[in-house]
Write a protein that binds this ligand. Structure first.
Ligand code: ASP
Ligand code: MG
Length: 421
């Protein structure tokens, strides 16, 4: 049986017809190596942003169902154009949308999770000698309702398809050359990593390194599909391979430094110190599908018998959180709630920090030496995150990158569209 390679091309790789023709060449090259090829595409350029803007121009509060109906159209355009480009080169190719294949999700709009992918049609089409092009990001419920996987979700479509087809590898083609130790636009001598583990990549993705959709890494880890992040414009470069930590030789304690500017800090003050208060607070948010990241609860104050709970949420959930807390804070008998958008979460990540003391203290000392105040701290086995004021984020990244010795001698040549800092 032939090996199956899944290739995913992001928005910048299919931004115009010339770029789509370039992608067709990369697809054909893989086919000519003797592999079966399944391609997943994002919408062209900034199409999805544009569609979201149109929706909000019409209705400031568009329903999630109609947003999915609208946003899912972007990928249909790039999917059929790429198929035509491949056919124009004389190769057999066919496109499918999510409903035609059966990319099934739970019944949640705008950030649904995949529960099943049917492979019959895909296998049949491959057996007939086709290159298959699939619309990323979109999916359907069991009842045939259109859903989407969340912004940036076509990475997840690609990995889930690779896993369902037992693919040899999933290549994520993008406009950066791989995964870097940090954003090369902030630290020009950031180095490109040849390899990184799923675990580290997952933490990096959650900590704000915008290279891959976090859920795609989770899916890859779960099914052990090797992922390669590589450039559509420098295809001879092998990019970064993401694989199981057991297959790697780890020598540095820290693999990368990430920044997340999309969080808001919420502080609920003077909550009565009785069992169930935290449960009430966080289940009210969970019910509305709002994810919470860092959480701190202060020691209970003896005199008032109350404590404070601070946590962070994503900016896009701010309005929803405010209206939920309006009600819940009163129910809890808490005194007040405040929101701070002027924050950045800086994280150092590395599987090599396990059982190696002194990493956290080095991070805190480095921030202190730069006169940067830490507002919240959270840790996992392979990550330490500090919440700091936004204006200090560049300084923090530069000094942490240096203290953990992550730079290389060359200056990275980046044209990518990493997040603005
Ligand atoms: N087109 C979608 C977005 O812009 C999905 C993706 O690009 O992965 O979010
Ligand atoms: Mg993307």
């Amino acid at each position: 049986m032939k090996k199956i390679i899944v290739q995913k091309f992001g928005g910048t790789s299919v931004a115009d017809t010339d770029k789509i023709k370039n992608v067709a060449r990369l697809v054909i090259r893989e086919k000519e190596l003797g592999n079966d090829v399944v391609v997943v595409v994002s919408a062209m350029g900034h199409t999805t942003d544009h569609l979201v803007k149109l929706a909000h121009d019409i209705n400031p509060n568009p329903s999630a169902r109609e947003l999915d109906m609208l946003m899912s159209t972007g990928e249909c355009v790039s999917m059929s154009l790429l198929t035509m480009a491949i056919q124009a080169c004389g190769y057999k190719a066919i496109s499918y949308n999510a409903a035609q294949i059966g990319i099934i999700t739970e019944n949640v709009h705008t950030k649904a999770r995949i529960i099943d992918i049917k492979t019959d049609k895909l296998r049949e089409s491959l057996d007939e000698g086709n290159i298959i092009i699939i619309a990323g990001f979109q999916s359907v419920t069991e009842d045939g309702e259109i859903t989407t996987l969340g912004r940036g979700g076509s990475d997840t479509s690609a990995v889930a398809i690779a896993s369902a087809l037992n693919a040899e590898r999933c290549d994520i083609y993008t406009d950066v050359e791989g995964v870097y130790t940090t954003d090369p636009r902030i630290v020009p001598n950031a180095s490109k990593l040849d390899e990184i583990s799923y675990e580290e990549m997952l933490e990096l993705a959650h900590a704000g390194a915008n290279v891959l959709h976090p859920r795609s890494v989770e899916t890859a880890k779960h099914s052990a599909v090797p992922l390669r992040v590589r450039s559509s414009f420098k295809c001879e470069d092998m990019g970064t391979l993401i694989l199981g930590v057991e297959k790697m030789e780890i020598n540095k304690p820290v693999a990368g430094v990430a920044v997340d500017l999309s969080q808001v800090r919420v502080v609920v003050c003077d909550i009565p110190d009785t069992p169930g208060e935290a449960a009430t607070l966080f289940s009210s948010l969970a019910k509305e599908n709002i994810s919470v990241d860092m959480i701190i609860q202060s020691y209970a104050r003896k005199v008032s018998n109350t404590n404070d709970i601070a946590f962070t949420i994503n900016k896009e959930d701010l309005d929803k959180t405010k209206s939920i807390l309006d009600v819940v804070v009163k129910d809890l008998g808490a005194k007040e709630v405040s929101f701070d958008e002027n924050i950045a979460k800086i994280s150092i990540i590395g599987a090599g920090m396990i059982d190696r003391p002194g990493i956290a203290s080095t991070m805190f000392r480095t921030l202190a030496e730069n006169n940067i105040n830490i507002r919240m701290i959270s840790t996992s086995e392979i990550k330490i995150s500090c919440l700091i004021d936004k204006e200090n984020s560049q300084n923090a990244i530069k000094s942490l990158h240096e203290v953990f010795n992550l730079g290389c001698d060359t200056i990275a040549d980046v044209k990518g569209t990493l997040p603005d800092v």
